[in-house]
Design a protein around this ligand. Sequence first.
Ligand code: SF4
Length: 446
Amino acid sequence: MSSSAAAQKPSPKVGLVSLGCPKALVDSERIITQLKAEGYEISPDYAGADVVVVNTCGFLDSARAESLEAIGEALNENGKVIVTGCLGATPDLILGQYPSVLAVTGPHRYEQVMKAVHEVVPPQHDPFVDLVPAAGVKLTPRHYAYLKISEGCNHRCSFCIIPHLRGDLVSRPIDEVLREAENLVNGGVRELLVISQDTSAYGVDLRHRGAEWRGRERRAHMTDLAAALGELGAWVRLHYVYPYPHVDDVIPLMAAGKVLPYLDIPFQHASPRVLKAMRRPGNQEKVLSRLAAWRRDVPDIAIRSTFIVGFPGETEADFEELLAFLKEARLDRVGCFRYEAVDGAPANDLPDAVPEAVKEERWNRFMAVQQQISMEKLDAKVGRTFDVLVDEIDEEDGVICRSYADAPEIDGNVIIEEPARKLRPGEMVKVKITDAGEYDLWGEMV
Ligand code: SF4
């Protein structure tokens, strides 16, 4: 099945019954956040759900009885039930009464809940449409979370089918997003990854309607959102930022340490001719001078971008313009895709398709230029000290961490081979960089 055909299948739906205390509610919100980030929909009723998660309470006898009753009801109405929460700490009790329950997990075990959901209704991961990297769908560690702020997109880039599949931009109200972020941080999340198809357009559809949060009015606008998230004390990383002029307004928040000095800003190309055919804004002079201004204010800003080579009509001269831009822009992290026709994308009808062999050759040239830049940029970090977040303890390689410049799954890592003490995932430590590779850095704790 083609990727777009997969995406056109209806999204899998999960029902959620949440009982119990505020802590259980945090778990439920966390589960909902992750489900939505992975492309699941939340079903408001039993009948429409592919599976039902019952988040139980086991504190009082009455709560236990209510939880057991809810499990029974979900089984009757739907049949596919996963149980989590406090009552889940006693699986024998649940399975004794309801042997057909598919999985039982205890409280705060939302990773296991996600695993159980994946087994019943696998996520439909589609690299053309999805915001969370494939590996992130499998298992997002509990110390970072994807915060989805909107759905859909108002742009009409010619290579993209998202507006067709997901419709125009629909932003979530700012207070709802902030409350969810607050709950995530209260639940132990140290890094919030803001995602949407177009983060810089956040709130346009709501006419930036404000709402009160923590005693102050906040507009549904990327700058206000970033500033408010910056108050939570977690790392805030902005993804999929379309290069609008007002992106400049988040730079002071980065300079002030409120938001990570990291921008994921897909430029897609540098030739005005190709950008026009892509229906993207294109003025590379302006882009270069903006990059220079951002770096003047935040010298360490890490910029990630993606590009497409071999777009229909791309000439050798266009491609060389892209390489020249790349050399001048000296971006930190770069992904490059060979253009691929996606079913239903308007770009499929464009003339002058680039032959596969030429795409491949250009991709290789592009990657060679960027690899050199990435290596030089990583080399320049040797001897410096950074805060890093511990992601994983690997028996063989050491402690796998990330700095502000590394988004999970898509960027590199900072590796501590011999930690001075036992570290745990989610811990923040200072590391002095001792060595650099093509993508990763190595360092020691200070
Ligand atoms: S901005 Fe992104 S999601 Fe929107 S149409 Fe362009 S590529 Fe697609």
